[in-house]
Design a protein around this ligand. Structure first.
Ligand SMILES: [Cu+2]
Length: 172
């Protein structure tokens, strides 16, 4: 089997597994909360995913690898100022201490996703896999929020009370 073909078969198998696996936000003692990202500006473009990593256990864990079935490349990045410039640097891993959540946010740590395969307006999330030294692999869905928003999606507001009083309700 040619190398390219083998790669395709491998990717197909990965996608099949990803399709079956339930999206989750907890894996062992590791938890992901408030995940969000913007869609890339054009199909095949890049974007960054943000969230909060929480270690609910007693031992230090480490995020050691990231990947996405919806992007050709994924990496742990940090924005850091170097000689007056803001640059992105690739990190090998991120330690998560118990009781000290690690924030991935604009201007700081982020998961860089390059060549995102899904960028249509209907796309609601991008799948992401995080591998932790202790907790193992977590698969989650990162919701895509509108470009005007810089944070996790807002919960839908509760339906408004009708302005007309309910039958039997007394007006004040
Ligand atoms: Cu980056």
């Amino acid at each position: 089997m040619g190398k390219a073909l083998r790669y395709l078969v491998f990717c197909g198998a990965l996608l099949a597994v990803a399709g079956l696996a339930e999206a989750q936000t907890r894996q062992g003692d590791m938890q992901v909360r408030h995940a969000w990202m913007h869609a890339p500006f054009q199909p095949g473009g890049a974007s960054a995913a943000f969230f909060r990593l929480i270690n609910t256990g007693r031992e230090i864990d480490r995020l050691v690898a990231v990947s996405s079935p919806d992007a050709h490349r994924a990496a742990i990045h940090i924005h850091a100022s170097e000689g007056g410039y803001y640059r992105m640097r690739r990190l090998r891993g991120v330690e998560v201490h118990p009781g000290a959540p690690v924030m991935f946010r604009p201007g700081g740590l982020h998961i860089m996703l390059i060549d995102i395969k899904v960028a249509s307006a209907e796309t609601e999330f991008v799948r992401l896999r995080l591998r932790f030294e202790r907790a193992g692999e977590m698969q989650l869905e990162v919701p895509i929020v509108p470009k005007t928003r810089w944070g996790p999606p807002v919960a839908k507001p509760a339906p408004k009370r009708p302005s007309v009083p309910y039958v039997g309700e007394r007006r004040r």
